[in-house]
Design a protein around this ligand. Sequence first.
Ligand SMILES: [Ca+2]
Length: 316
Amino acid sequence: MLTLIGRPLPQRPVMMLHYTLPPLLTFLVLFVACVQPEAGTLPPDTPDVDLSDTAEDASEPKDTSAPEDVSDDDAEAIPDVQDTPPPEPWPCDPELDLNDRRYRHLHGLSDAQIQRGLLNMVSGHRALYYSTARQHLMNDIEPHDDGSIECAYTGRITEPDGSTTPDGFNTEHVWPQSRGADQEPPRSDIHHLFAVDGGVNSARSNHPYGTTSCSGNSCPWHENGSERGPSTDGRDPVFEVRPEFRGNVARAMFYFALRYQMPIEDREEAVLRQWHCEDPPDDYERNRNDLIQMLQSNRNPFIDRPDFVDNFDSFD
Ligand SMILES: [Ca+2]
């Protein structure tokens, strides 16, 4: 016999309702009460929602195909680019290959368009911690094929020792920190950092570059082709870089002016343009550009394509 709470279940319907309704209501109340705490556990279950998002992520190959579509568009644009005439030979180095594929999308464009295109290419680089940048500069970027490093201003040779100050060398900011390179990311941007003898770094200080009116021993400071003294254009003092390195300095300055949209004073720029032409990029400088790109994900376009300087009336 069925029983309810220890009592025999009545057989008549009315009596059955009398006995069964209260327990059923109690059961429903208890059921709802039991369900509510489970509902309260929904937040921890919300990862299920995230999982659904993950599922959406899993479908993202459709989205990742979008860049491919963009590249397809670029691919379609290539014939047009290839149809544009190659740039005129660069007068300072007529043998220079001006068909670098990295810049072919700029062929045939106006100066303003080329300037914007180059700015887009150099901007947003991967900024390094300053200590990391100096470590890479001295031990990975500057060493020549024989492993030596060379003072940019005097040519003094030494060996890297794993530090940032080997044999009295330290880090030169071609664009002085006191003239706008004291904040990040410009302070750690290796494109304008060079290894120099510490004493020579002090001799250059933050003086602008220029052509001195003195020569050698007659200059207040001089060492192995670089010298500091009054300039031929009325400034005093200026720092004149030895012939082997003056183009490297000029291109680093042009890069900085473009990357950080900072002006170069007119008289200094005139000298830098002259140095840029006198000392075109060589294999060492181009290799240095490649190494820096591996760290920072951007290049100095004036090393790859020195003729681009001519697309800027002035860096101001
Ligand atoms: Ca050079």
